[in-house]
Design a binder for this molecule. Structure first.
Ligand code: G6P
Length: 477
């Protein structure tokens, strides 16, 4: 019989991905994305369970234990990967929740798969959750799980955290399934968002589209049995493991690697860095355009100035991601053709996942980090960069369309749509005297140190414990 747990995480992905090699052998690697980066460090050492997909289609592996966590894989068939994950999650919800940077597609069979898979996650969580346990559901892929879980297990405390933006009602209203999505979320006791505006967008959507009763940050609905249920929606911005990452960045091996990287890159005066999943929300094209124009203007020139762009592969079978990759690789090729020389390219482009140590060394080596998303729930790269700058060196160029901007507004702030402004901000980040940059960096680091991921998790769990509540009878009964 399965052991049951007091704390259960349900996320689309497990913290580890099963990788099947060409010869059929399998191994485990770290899953991509900010969600896993944050949640993994929260769950390590806690005696909890994590319910999620192992990253490849077909039968799920047997449950196993890793770093004190019980991992319970949920299977997805080939068709479910195409319809629930690539389709509904990443070709319908992702564009709608990110300001429709690319157009969203609506397909009823995707929605059906989304419902089926959400039910499977709810059943798996119900199976491993102890009596009265806390289940913490994650992100846009699992928005129906809270209500489904409440129906299966009314004894549970159910929370949900939105790692991405929650769109304004004018965009959300486009979704043919807007009602069941809101009803799915309302099944929770507490809903956490990255920004105050995201929480407000949710409450407004409930008021306008469900005609639900809303009061400040709560939404109350009537249950079929005559009682009422109230859910609270509030901003609790996510963070990273500041102490763990800083310790890594201070290690001798990372310092040496940072120095070696600068040397390998030709000892530039200014090393600029971009680190992103290869996603159209990240503003990589806008960043490259600004960089290319600065080269054309003669404002900067390799080998004195160079750019390293790490773009980790993502959702590679979705058309908009394929098209983006082609556009970016064409641009990188053109910039290098026009402005590079043998041994000193203008852009060093890496399209594969780098180990964390290598990332820490890159952050420590980079004079300017370019974080230019068009829309981003948080953007943990911004927080990782400042965390690694224990020497108070470096400068962060940060888009005002990230959640991170609301905490790190002392950074060199940009609007990535304004190419001219972005160019000026990059030059300012380069030319501001080191003394002033160090003062800014200290302020940014203090913010992340004080608001790390452990504090975030505790705030979320406290808010969930204190939320208005699991189903209660209304006073009139
Ligand atoms: C973002 C999302 C996560 C997702 C990650 C990686 O951070 O909020 O839910 O896991 O991107 O994307 P992927 O589609 O590879 O899981």
């Amino acid at each position: 019989m399965t052991r049951r747990y007091d704390l259960v995480i349900a996320a689309n992905r497990l913290p580890v991905d099963r990788v099947v090699a060409a010869d059929g052998s399998t191994s485990w690697g770290r899953s991509p994305g900010g969600l896993v980066t944050a949640m993994d460090s929260v769950m390590r050492g806690r005696d909890g369970a994590w319910v999620g997909w192992a990253g490849d289609p077909g039968e799920a592996p047997e449950p196993f234990t890793e770093a004190g966590m019980y991992l319970r894989p949920v299977p997805l068939s080939e068709e479910e990967v195409a319809h629930y994950y690539e389709g509904m999650s990443n070709d319908t919800l992702w564009p709608i929740y990110h300001d429709v940077i690319v157009q969203a597609s609506f397909h009823r069979e995707w929605w059906r798969a989304y419902t089926t898979v959400n039910r499977r996650f709810a059943e798996a969580a119900a199976e491993v959750a102890d009596d009265g346990a806390t289940v913490w559901v994650q992100d846009y892929q699992l928005q129906l799980v809270p209500a489904m879980l409440r129906e299966l297990r009314p004894d549970l405390r159910i929370g949900w955290f939105d790692h991405i933006p929650f769109p304004p009602v004018e965009l959300f209203a486009q979704l043919p399934w807007r009602r069941p999505i809101l009803e799915g979320l309302i099944g929770a006791d507490f809903l956490g968002f990255q920004r105050v505006a995201d929480a407000q967008n949710f409450v407004r959507a409930c008021r306008q589209l469900l005609r639900a009763q809303t009061r400040k940050d709560t939404v109350t609905v009537h249950r079929p049995d005559g009682g009422t249920h109230t859910v609270r929606a509030a901003a609790i911005p996510i963070s990273i493991d500041f102490r763990g990452l800083e310790e890594l960045a201070r290690s001798e091996s990372v310092r040496q690697r940072a120095a070696e990287l600068r040397h390998q890159l030709g000892d530039p005066e200014v090393l600029m860095l971009g680190v992103d999943r290869l996603d159209y929300t990240k503003g990589i094209r806008h960043r490259l355009k600004a960089y290319e124009e600065l080269l054309q203007d003669g404002a900067i020139a390799p080998p004195q100035v160079t750019l390293v762009q790490v773009a980790t592969p993502s959702r590679e079978r979705v058309d908009s991601y394929r098209e983006l990759r082609t556009q970016i690789e064409t641009t990188v090729g053109r910039i290098n053709g026009d402005h590079g020389a043998i041994g000193s390219p203008a852009v060093h482009y890496i399209h594969h996942t780098q180990p964390l140590e290598e990332m820490a060394a890159l952050y420590l080596a980079a004079d300017v980090a370019l974080v230019t998303p068009l829309r981003d729930g948080m953007n943990l790269v911004a927080k990782e960069y400042v965390t690694c700058r224990w020497d108070n060196g470096g400068a962060l160029v940060l888009s005002e369309f990230t959640g991170a901007y609301h905490e790190l507004h002392q950074a060199f702030v940009c609007n990535p749509h304004d190419v001219e402004g972005l160019k000026q901000t990059i030059l300012k980040a380069i030319h501001t005297p080191s003394k002033d940059k160090a003062r800014i960096m200290r302020a940014l680091r203090r913010r992340v140190a004080d608001h790390d991921v452990q504090r975030w998790a505790q705030r979320f769990l406290d808010a969930l414990a204190a939320a208005p509540g699991a189903p209660q009878r209304s006073a009139r009964q």
